[in-house]
Design a protein around this ligand. Structure first.
Ligand code: URA
Length: 442
């Protein structure tokens, strides 16, 4: 078998066999297939797609490419959550502590930034001292002791995704349904949780721009998870506008902390509570409404915030920054974006916001790039807000002054301001389970 022939077959619209998929994944992980051939393959998959059998086979081959986590040492139902990626999406930092505070067991494997979207691991690493490399034994012990651990793919867990993820990030091959489904589900299967809540983002800041495509992706992932014997539900949530007001790593941790203290923005709080209640319901902690009430209570009584502090400490981080956010420090340079005219913010191109944040240093352009943890955006005005001419729409933060002008220009192009106040859409657009799709947007 030759990688060249497999690339050509997919480029020409062919259907790859199970053997070809395994040959390609095994060879790539062993370093026998180079990045440039895999880049050509991911681009071929991007354009030609994959059918359900190919996507399932790709997922299984990736999940089997390294070790599988053994979570049997954790008592109770182990629950995980994964987002398909968004801008300002700091939900894990809020909902994992909530679920743990309510008695759930959150064993979460997170990722880095991808394309224009941020990643939980990068956000966590903005906390001084915190390590996302948690060895399996310590991972199990931490979940048993405090109810949660959010780690990276340690050692040899899904090495196929580790390599492919970094490659797709810099080759414009992220937003492909089979590549997203296999990337997410291979990690979820290998990391061993019993129950999984998928947060499938939809809209201008998501990889799936329409609700229909998002439902299609959700159905594929729910089917793969169910086939592998896991309890899976997917929520389709709005990413047509950034979640919360902050985009950027340390900035988002601070907004997550505010949310856990009951002072977060309404959209972020509502999405986190809904996802958390679904994770708790799947964990068998009660009916949905009961779980939602428990989740709200964990914010009100401070127990969810205490769980985040405990997790940060267990992973070697300095939890003092959570109690006193000034300790994070501030980016050296701040820029302003002002409204060119009065009116209502009618739309914010959210992918563009993610790109502007990355231009400031909050994301990577090349695999080996370092991140400026303090860089990012504060979106003072969001969709539906009234602005006057010259009023501040957003602030831009960076440690490299020369990055400000280009990012400001990119961000300015994201805002559409007009006379009419836009209609607001629901934050949760649909729920996908094995046997049905419930829509809330029609
Ligand atoms: N999250 C992942 O883990 N993989 C993707 O491909 C997209 C989002």
């Amino acid at each position: 078998m030759r990688m060249y022939d497999i690339i050509m077959k997919k480029r020409n619209g062919g259907v790859l066999s199970k053997d070809e998929i395994h040959f390609m994944i095994d060879g790539y992980v062993k370093g026998e297939i180079p990045d440039y051939q895999m880049s050509a393959m991911t681009m071929a998959i991007y354009f030609q797609g994959m059918n359900d059998e190919e996507t399932t086979e790709l997922t299984l081959a990736m999940a089997a490419s390294g070790d599988q986590m053994d979570l049997s040492g954790i008592a109770g139902v182990k629950v995980d959550k994964h987002s398909t990626g968004g801008v300002g999406d700091k939900t894990t930092l809020v909902l994992a502590p909530i679920v743990a505070a309510c008695g759930g067991r959150v064993a979460k494997m997170s990722g880095r930034g991808l394309g224009h979207t941020g990643g939980t691991l990068d956000k966590l690493e903005s906390i001084p001292g915190l390590s996302i490399a948690v060895e399996p034994e310590r991972f199990v012990r931490t979940v048993n002791e405090i109810g949660l651990c959010v780690a990276g793919q340690t050692g040899n867990l899904v090495p196929a995704d580790k390599k492919l993820y970094a490659l797709r990030d810099v080759t414009a091959t992220v937003d492909s349904l089979p590549l997203i489904a296999s990337s997410i589900m291979s990690k979820k299967l290998a990391s061993g949780s019993d129950a999984i809540v998928l947060d499938v983002k939809t809209g201008s800041g998501a990889f799936m721009k329409t609700t229909e495509d998002s439902i299609g992706l959700a159905q594929k992932m729910v089917a793969i998870g169910t086939l592998a014997g896991r309890k899976v539900v997917a929520l389709i949530t709005d990413m047509d506008t950034p979640l919360g007001h902050y985009v950027g790593n340390a900035l988002e941790v601070q907004e997550a902390v505010a949310t856990l203290k009951g002072q977060g923005p309404e959209d972020l709080t509502d999405v986190c509570l809904t996802l958390a209640a679904n994770m708790m319901e799947l964990s068998g902690l009660g009916g949905y409404e009961q779980c939602l009430a428990m989740a709200k209570q964990s914010i009100a009584d401070g127990s969810a915030f205490e769980k985040l502090c405990a997790m940060v400490e267990a992973q070697g981080g300095d939890a003092r920054v959570l109690k006193d956010p000034a300790l994070f420090g501030q980016a050296k340079f701040t820029g302003e974006l002002r409204a060119p005219a009065a009116g209502y913010v009618q739309h914010i191109d959210t992918e563009g916001c993610g790109i502007a944040a990355a231009m400031l240093g909050a994301g990577r352009e090349k695999k080996e790039d370092d991140i400026d943890m303090l860089a990012g955006l504060y979106l003072a005005k969001k969709e539906g807000d009234r602005v006057e001419a010259g009023e501040i729409l957003a602030l831009l933060y960076t440690c490299e002054e020369e990055k400000l002008d280009g990012a400001r220009e990119r961000l300015a192009a994201c805002y559409r301001i007009g006379e009419e106040k836009p209609a607001s859409l629901p934050l949760i657009l649909a729920k996908v389970t094995t046997d049905r799709v419930e829509r809330y947007d029609v």
